[in-house]
Ligand binder design. Structure first.
Ligand SMILES: NC(=O)c1ccc[n+]([C@@H]2O[C@H](COP(=O)([O-])OP(=O)(O)OC[C@H]3O[C@@H](n4cnc5c(N)ncnc54)[C@H](OP(=O)(O)O)[C@@H]3O)[C@@H](O)[C@H]2O)c1
Length: 246
């Protein structure tokens, strides 16, 4: 019960990695607010634990929407101890072909969405004098792959934002770290593993010979939100099984 009685807000918490993090946080004793544009199947979790799970319709590309999310979470549960800024999108396209709308979707959701979430949480947490913020990057922030220019650029920027936030907010009692998963077996990772031609070419680049599970990445998010990481700040935690990638 490493997160007993903590209150966590998880953007993109309805499915994929965010959902896996929500389930792990619940196992560890936290209450969770799962935020996204659509509820997906979050009612299953709400029905199981109505006092500890809340869905809040949120669009992270809107600062007002994210501020409303943090206010609703604090109103319902009394405080917010943890933010996981997880919502993200991926659009492939070589740099000379990537559609402007796709570029904007990644910048608006991944980078601006993370910033708006972090900013709203930081204001609330610095007033409390404590808090944990976990941003979500990707192994693609520090490696290159054809067609991943826009996605990688937004994820690299998230890592930079994390480090700066850590030194600004650390003195106010708020720790900021980043989870950088490799390729996972569900969510957006499936675009790679479901494409057999591409996956056969990439398979040998995973030192453990397989992709990770959503739950294995979620365990990293538990570590970064719990007292187990009480002296970790401004860190990018790679959970990628050892990626042999140029
Ligand atoms: N899965 C992987 O292999 C992998 C690897 C490395 C990093 N990651 C990172 O992990 C995070 C989650 O990815 P995933 O694989 O779980 O993706 P996913 O299955 O596509 O889930 C994305 C989540 O983000 C939400 N979302 C998207 N746009 C949003 C917006 N504008 N406002 C609020 N919520 C929004 C989605 O809900 P709605 O669409 O209903 O809003 C959904 O809940 C991303 O940041 C991704 O870059 C994933």
């Amino acid at each position: 019960m490493r997160l007993k009685d903590k209150v966590a807000v998880i953007t993109g918490g309805t499915r994929g990695l965010g959902r896996a993090i929500a389930e792990r946080y619940l196992d560890e004793g936290a209450s969770v607010v799962c935020a996204a544009r659509n509820p997906y199947r979050i009612d299953q979790l709400v029905e199981q634990l109505p006092d500890r799970v809340m869905y809040h319709e949120t669009d992270v590309t809107s600062p007002e929407s994210v501020e409303g999310l943090l206010e609703a979470a604090a109103r319902t549960f009394g405080r917010v101890d943890i933010l996981v800024a997880n919502a993200g999108v991926n659009r492939d396209g070589k740099v000379d072909r990537l559609a402007v709308d796709d570029w904007r979707a990644m910048v608006d959701t991944n980078l601006s969405g993370t910033y708006f979430s972090l900013r709203a949480a930081a204001r609330l947490m610095t007033a409390q004098g404590s808090g944990r913020i976990v941003t979500v990057s990707s192994s693609m922030a520090s490696r290159v792959a054809v067609g991943a220019g826009g996605y990688s650029a937004t994820k690299a920027a998230i890592e930079c934002l994390t480090r700066v936030s850590a030194i600004e907010l650390g003195p106010k009692g708020v720790q900021v770290n980043c989870l950088a998963p490799g390729v996972l077996d569900d969510g957006m990772g499936r675009a790679l593993t479901d494409n057999h031609k591409v996956w056969d070419a990439y398979r040998t680049r995973f030192a453990l010979g397989r992709v990770g599970t959503l739950d294995e990445a979620a365990l990293g998010a538990v570590f970064l939100a719990s007292d187990d990481s009480s002296y970790v700040n401004g860190h990018v935690l790679e959970v990628n099984g050892g990626l042999l990638w140029a």
